[in-house]
Design a protein around this ligand. Sequence first.
Ligand SMILES: [Zn+2]
Length: 80
Amino acid sequence: MEIKINFKKVDTGKRRCRICGYIYDPKKGDPLRNISPGIYFEDLPDSWRCPVCKYQKWQFWIILEEPPIPEEKELLLDEN
Ligand SMILES: [Zn+2]
């Protein structure tokens, strides 16, 4: 029996600065600039800059990650 796992990558909401490697995580926000946790990168003000190298938002890349491997029971459901 062949089991197929969907490895489609998902957008984690994280954004990486292409200049210095700083990662903006919406779960943490940016305390240094009074950005509360839960604010998505896209919702940051245009005046927001990378806290490390001061580059602008468009210098950031979207980080895609593979979702965790599903539990065995979820795999069985996929077989239907
Ligand atoms: Zn940076």
